[in-house]
Design a protein around this ligand. Structure first.
Ligand code: SF4
Ligand code: SF4
Length: 131
């Protein structure tokens, strides 16, 4: 439960606090739809936690539980992705969809295999060079 509360805290914080780590992202979307069909909410393990998340963030009602990965994390999909992998509400998509893949996040995320984007992770030395 504590993990879940920290998820909610981080979710709210992401709207207000600029993260210090910025990743360089290159490439472009190939419109495969994988990121709308297979998504994770870090440390959300149960349907009950998912329902609380949807209650707190009503915009997430567009997502439904699709299954679980090998670690027990829930996998979600969006109701609005078409069979062709396109967004049927493109002009009204969520902020997180507009910003995907996020350049500023708390921990390194992983893109789907075959995604047209590449995240360039910075090493400690790269940060030191900027000083
Ligand atoms: S997984 Fe990558 S290439 Fe596929 S739709 Fe999402 S952003 Fe585009
Ligand atoms: S709103 Fe559109 S872009 Fe966002 S997850 Fe759903 S289908 Fe994908």
């Amino acid at each position: 439960m504590l993990d879940f509360l920290s998820v909610i805290f981080n979710e709210i914080r992401s709207y207000f606090v600029p993260e210090k780590i910025t990743y360089e992202i290159t490439g472009e979307c190939k419109k495969c739809g994988k990121c709308c069909n297979y998504m994770y909410s870090y440390d959300t393990y149960s349907e009950k936690e998912f329902k609380i998340m949807q209650f707190l963030f009503p915009a997430y009602k567009r997502f439904y539980i699709k299954g679980k990965d090998e670690c027990g994390n829930l996998i979600f999909a969006c109701k609005f992705v078409t069979k062709d992998g396109l967004c049927s509400v493109y002009n009204k998509r969520l902020r997180m969809c507009r910003k995907y893949p996020a350049k500023r996040i708390l921990y390194p995320g992983k893109l789907h295999e075959g995604c047209g984007y590449t995240v360039h992770y910075k090493k400690f030395d790269d940060y030191m060079k900027k000083k």
